[in-house]
Design a protein. Sequence first.
Length: 144
Amino acid sequence: MKQYSVVRINKLNREFTFDENHMGTRTPKVGDIATVVDFYDGAFDLECYDKGGCTIWLETFDSKDAEFEIVDNLPSIKLSQNEFIELFEFMEKANELFHQPMKYSDPDMVREFAQANYPLIKKFYYETLWDKLPEAEKEQRLNE
């Protein structure tokens, strides 16, 4: 198991309690699908979220707290080296703008970023990424 692995809880070996200090709406249960968010010394954070991306629960697990099955069975999607570099360079620009509130709060900076980068965003969305999206995913998105 590694960061961003997707796992199913097959067995819980401890009881989790829910209170107002927890993120989400409930505690973990057997059958939940969650993503490994981070690792610590002998522990890791798992997040379970709904189809809309809202957190159902976020908990720190010790390796003895549960038994898991990795379900990360999505197919790999290949990008050419040029596509990868182009996408990486775009993400560098986006990160530079959006990682500091003083930058993304400036309407002029955001407008300038959008005007300079929309052709690339359009290319990634309609060509690079959409073309490589599995047909079942395309159908699901078109039917939403």
